[in-house]
Design a protein around this ligand. Structure first.
Ligand code: PBE
Length: 266
């Protein structure tokens, strides 16, 4: 109806993802700082969130959700971030590669590739879209690696092949990290490593790097998104490279919604 508020139209719910994600912590903080006391952040998963987005979008219904880029959803739908005048979601974020202590000594060649890993939002977007359109993550990754020998050559510069050294990468089932982790897995495999990709929640992912049960993760978003984890495990992991800059998290809505700022949710 005409007098219906945005809150009424979405039942005061923000569609979230897995509870360990940094964007969930940031959103709880946003609800406090913007005094959105009536609002609830609903926990779920990346897959459930994008399914809810598709459902709403197809009917032009309102939805407010925890978005980030790089993500294929911005290629597929017309979306916008809500302005965040209080800066709760930080400025430009970066994706970092973190490793367990001792990786450099134990697996110098893996360490070198991981620390040289760097790609663009468009690169990652190709892999993500391919997966979204139905390819298996490992197939999409293999295709990208085959189609991008120059990039792979930069990451593997000065790296020697090995014979069956075991490397364990850990990640969370975020679309962006499914893409990056599978690509790196393929690159390491091509170098002769026996690679295991272990999918866990964000807390266990950071814990595995800190206690050495996993070798590396490409899924650390800093400085803000994973600040709590970085502080908790300070001194127990190594930050060995930045794979992407200028990434972002924030509350996101379809462009057909008539709001522009988190303050409009009041
Ligand atoms: N994300 C994707 C993660 C980091 C990568 C933005 C959903 C998070 O919020 O922790």
């Amino acid at each position: 109806s005409k007098n219906e508020t945005v809150g009424d139209s979405v039942k005061y719910k923000i569609t979230g993802i897995d509870p360990g994600a940094g964007i969930m912590t940031a959103t709880e903080k946003a609800l406090k700082e913007y005094k959105l006391d009536d609002w609830e952040l609903v926990t779920g998963s990346s897959a459930a969130m994008t399914a809810a987005l598709k459902k709403a979008y197809d009917k032009k219904e309102p939805i407010i959700f925890t978005g980030w880029n790089p993500h294929w959803m911005f290629a597929k739908y017309d979306l916008k971030y809500l302005d965040d005048p209080k800066g709760v979601y930080g400025e430009a974020e970066e994706i970092h590669t973190i490793a367990r202590k001792g990786l450099k000594e134990d697996h110098p060649n893996a360490y070198k590739v991981l620390s040289q890993f760097k790609w663009s939002e468009d690169d990652m977007g190709e892999v993500m879209l391919d997966i979204q359109e139905g390819s298996k993550p490992e197939d999409a990754a293999a295709k990208w690696v085959k189609d991008n020998p120059d990039k792979v050559a930069e990451w593997t510069k000065g790296v020697d092949k090995v014979k069956g050294e075991k490397i364990k990468l850990t990640y969370v089932a975020w679309d962006s990290e499914i893409a990056s982790t599978n690509v790196m897995g393929k690159v390491l495999e091509d170098l002769g490593f026996k690679v295991t990709l272990t999918q866990v929640e964000a807390g266990p992912m950071w814990t595995a790097i800190a206690d050495g049960s996993a070798d590396a993760s490409l899924a650390a978003w800093l400085p803000l998104t994973h600040k709590t984890y970085a502080e908790k495990f300070d001194g127990k992991y190594e930050d060995i490279g930045t794979s992407m800059t200028g990434v972002k998290i924030g509350l996101t809505v379809p462009k057909y919604m008539d709001i522009d700022s988190i303050e409009d949710l009041k």
